[in-house]
Structures are given as structure tokens and as C-alpha cells.
Ligand binder design. Structure first.
Ligand code: JFZ
Length: 473
């Protein structure tokens, strides 16, 4: 069982635990302040750190580096799998792979344009790969010469420029950092084809001489860091993870730590593109691709549609989570047009309907999410197989329910049972009033058909009282 599968199993394990959480226990306030940390004890500082995260909901992930040059091909052969793993998948000797640095010259890189794209897309934070598994740093590191300033003809510090553009636009910036895997370092994890098996390496030497000092650089020379996105915690035990936690907490106490450090972070990180079947009580985030790779590949054109992305975003927010959606810029520094167009299309929907997403709380109901398929069918995690329903989703704010229809609702639309009285209902996009009628203790919405926006139409239902009281009158 490869380390990667073992590791995925670990992540999945985390979710069965959480999936056990029933809807009722869902956090009440839109800020979703979980009552306990993933390590159990109450931590007001953590809740404070998470406040912006719970407001933001939707972020831009950027996987960029030397792997954008081969872009999925090596010596004329297409290498299957995610593009940023090409050195591993093709077992490229480090001496050969590092030569790519001499070709890395992204003259079209424009940090301002990247931040503007995130804003146009309705994304509220950015996370970029400062160093991925291949060990190459996208900033001027004094710890390792294997970086964009010292090893390439480009010589510019991309993270310095991005940090400046983000500061100018008040865009929170986070750094992805591969703390464990480093295929360039003889003692880093993961490169068995040049340096042999992990357990023969002086891993702590690599951590002390490269990873920890580089994380310090990122937290001391690039302004406020919104979060550090650690990943694939091979060989990371509690003591090693604690050293990174101490570095982050001591240098920038407000900085969030994701769920892949190798110890409890500030929030849970799901598996890639894994959306849990129901509401999760703790803060969580889904890292997701717009096609089937994180790093740019020339021949992966299987892009998700704006409708699919909008549904996934709303589905995730209605379950209490955040959506971190990725782009893989090309080697010249330009983000592929199809992914730009896709993000801007979703951004257009958010310009009109963002009130139902930013800072919104999860569904107080749950039947709309799906039901166990019955017949004892189990999913990968051994949990009752959930047959997802996708007709509509709902998010909440005090006194308001945001029903989002992705297909034509039954007419009239029967609201889920609740003791609250419906004060009024209207279409968010244009404020158009929606007739309501009460019959047999249930409230019905007379939603005009066809629905206004096929991407998703939002109907706001104002109720008496801040929160839904479930049950019938
Ligand atoms: C990791 C990286 O290996 C990959 O290159 C990318 O950066 C991605 C965001 O994260 O890949 C993973 C990590 C964990 C899981 C799947 C892919 N998982 O838990 O299912």
C-alpha cells in the first residue's frame, strides 16, 4: 500500500469521524465557530483566526512552477497523472529535472492580473505554491539556491510581486508549502529514485536546514500571511508538526494552518475534490481542480462548466465548508484562457447572488442533500452510501434562508417543515416578490417558471426569529 494511498486513507478516516455529526449539531452562527478544535479543547484564538475564513468561503489556488515547462510531457512522451508530479511519475533524475530552472522565464507573469482575475471571479483569498514537492522555491530563498531568483533567467521574486498586488487589493494571500516531500533534497521525503527509501534519510536534517527556515522566510519577508497550506505529511509525527506550528504561531499568530500538516490544523482539509455528503461541524475546506491536474498540462482540456462550479460552491457552503479552486498557469506566466473564462462566469453569478454565499451558514435541514441509498450499500469509507440530490440547496443568515434552485422546482414549492413564520419571500437577483401561502401547517412558494438564472436562482425567505426552529406548527 503506497504511502499516498495510506495517506488518502488517513484523510478519508478524518471524514467518517466528522460525517457522524448530525445536522442538528451544525454550528449555529454563520461564523461556524466549532465548539471544539479538531484536538478537542475550546480555543477562542482559533475561532478568531477563522473569522475571515468563514466569511470568505471561496478562494483561488495556484499551482505554478518548473513543472509548467514540460506541462505533462517528457522526452516527447505524455506522462499520465497530475502535472506537478511529472518528476515523480517519470522518475526524472534530479540532475535532469533541475535543468528546467535554466528555461524558466515567465516574462508574461503579471501579479496584478492574477489578483484581478481572483476579484472578477468572486474569490476572497489566494493560496499559491511557494514550494511544491519538486523542491523549487517560487521566491528568493536564502536557504536554497534552487529558487526563481537565483536559478532562473527570470531573476524576479514572483511571491514578492504577488504579495504586493494582494496587499494593494486587500486580498488575503496564503502559501502552499510542501513541508515533507522534497524531491530535490537528498533527505527530503519522496524521491526514492535518486536518494533511496524515506526511512534511510536524515529527515530531521532536511526539516531543520531547509523546510523550517524557508517557512520562517515566508512568514517574515512577505507581509501578512493569511494561511499556510501544508501537504502530504509523509514522516510527519506530532513533534515535527509541532515545530512548524510553533514557527507559525510565534511569527504570525493570526495565520491559519490547514489540515495536512501532520497534526490538527485550524481546519479540516478534505481529499482532493472530495465534498462530504452532509453538514460538517468543524471548519473545513475542499481543494479542487478545474480540470484533472493542478500544475499546467498542455493536453488536459476537460474543464468543469460554470454551472458545475457554481453548484459545487453552493453545495460546499450549504455544508459549512470553503472551496479552494485551482488554476495552473503556463510557463510564460499566463493563466489558461478556458480557466479564466470559467472563473469569470461564476464571478458574474456571484456579483448578483454573493449575499447567499459570503458569510452564510449551512443548511438547517439536510433532506435536500440526499438520502442513504438503503439496501445497506456502503461508500468507500464504509459509510451508508448517500444518493446525492442536487435540485436545490439552502444557506442561512440570521432571519434569512437562501434557497438556490439548480433545476425547475415543483410548483408550488413546499418549504421544509419549520415552526417559524415566513414573513416574505423574494428573488435575490431583482427583488421580485414571490407569493407564499400556508396550507396544512406548511408554507408554499409560488415560484415563477422558468427559473430566472439556470446557473442557479436564489429565493430569499425571511422568517421570524434568527434561526430555524425545526418541526411543524
Ligand atoms: C496533494 C499533492 O500531492 C498534489 O500535487 C496537489 O498539490 C494536491 C492539492 O495535494 O495531493 C493529494 C493530497 C491528498 C489527497 C489527494 C491528493 N487525499 O487526501 O485524497
Amino acid at each position: 500500500m503506497t504511502a499516498r494511498v495510506a495517506w488518502i486513507a488517513a484523510i478519508v478516516g478524518i471524514f467518517c469521524l466528522r460525517a457522524a455529526v448530525s445536522v442538528e449539531q451544525a454550528p449555529s452562527t454563520s461564523s461556524g465557530q466549532a465548539r471544539s478544535t479538531s484536538s478537542g479543547q475550546a480555543d477562542p484564538a482559533r475561532a478568531e483566526r477563522l473569522a475571515w475564513f468563514h466569511q470568505a468561503k471561496y478562494g483561488l489556488f495556484i499551482h505554478w512552477g518548473l513543472y509548467a515547462i514540460p506541462a505533462g510531457e517528457w522526452k516527447g512522451k505524455r506522462i499520465p497523472g497530475i502535472g506537478e508530479w511529472i518528476m515523480n511519475r517519470a522518475r526524472i533524475p534530479v540532475g535532469e529535472y533541475e535543468q528546467l530552472a535554466k528555461q524558466f522565464n515567465p516574462v508574461k507573469f503579471n501579479a496584478e492580473e492574477w489578483v484581478q482575475l481572483a476579484k472578477d471571479a468572486g474569490m476572497k483569498y489566494i493560496v499559491i505554491t511557494s514550494k511544491h514537492h519538486d523542491g523549487f522555491a517560487l521566491y528568493g530563498s536564502k536557504v536554497s539556491k534552487y529558487n526563481i531568483v537565483d536559478a532562473t533567467p527570470f531573476k524576479r521574486d514572483a511571491l514578492k510581486e504577488l504579495a504586493a498586488a494582494c496587499a494593494k487589493h486587500n486580498m488575503p494571500l496564503g502559501f502552499y508549502y510542501s513541508q515533507a516531500q522534497d524531491w530535490h533534497d537528498p533527505n527530503g521525503a519522496g524521491n526514492s529514485w535518486d536518494f533511496g527509501p524515506n526511512d534511510k534519510k536524515d529527515f530531521d536534517k532536511y526539516l531543520r536546514e531547509k523546510a523550517e527556515p524557508q517557512v520562517r522566510e515566508l512568514l517574515t519577508e512577505y507581509g501578512p500571511v493569511a494561511l499556510v497550506w501544508f501537504d502530504t505529511p509523509q514522516m510527519m509525527d506530532a513533534a515535527r508538526a509541532q515545530r512548524f506550528t510553533d514557527i507559525v504561531r510565534s511569527l504570525q499568530p493570526k495565520t491559519l494552518i490547514d489540515g495536512r500538516l501532520g497534526a490538527a490544523g485550524d481546519y479540516v482539509t478534505t481529499g482532493d475534490n472530495v465534498i462530504p455528503p452532509d453538514v460538517q461541524s468543524d471548519a473545513w475546506e475542499v481543494p479542487a481542480t478545474t480540470n484533472h491536474t493542478w500544475g499546467y498540462k498542455t493536453y488536459d482540456h476537460d474543464w468543469k462548466s460554470p454551472g458545475q462550479i457554481t453548484f459545487k460552491l453552493v453545495d460546499i457552503v450549504s455544508k459549512g465548508g470553503n472551496y479552494l479552486l485551482n488554476v495552473g498557469p503556463m510557463a510564460d506566466g499566463v493563466i489558461p484562457r478556458p480557466s479564466q473564462d470559467l472563473l469569470r462566469a461564476v464571478g458574474g453569478w456571484l456579483k448578483v447572488n454573493g449575499e447567499a454565499v459570503y458569510g452564510a451558514g449551512p443548511t438547517p435541514f439536510g433532506d435536500e442533500l440526499g438520502e442513504p441509498s438503503g439496501k445497506g450499500a456502503k461508500d468507500l469509507r464504509g459509510q451508508p452510501l448517500m444518493l446525492a440530490r442536487t435540485e436545490w440547496r439552502v444557506t442561512t443568515k440570521p432571519g434569512k434562508l437562501y434557497f438556490m434552485f439548480f433545476v425547475e422546482p415543483r410548483a408550488p414549492f413546499e418549504l421544509p417543515a419549520m415552526k417559524n413564520t415566513v414573513k416574505r419571500a423574494y428573488r435575490l437577483a431583482d427583488g421580485a416578490a414571490i407569493d407564499t401561502k400556508v396550507d396544512g401547517g406548511r408554507t408554499y412558494l409560488n415560484i415563477e417558471r422558468p427559473i430566472l438564472d439556470p446557473m442557479a436562482t436564489v429565493i430569499v425567505v425571511e422568517i421570524d426569529g434568527d434561526r430555524v426552529i425545526k418541526g411543524t406548527n
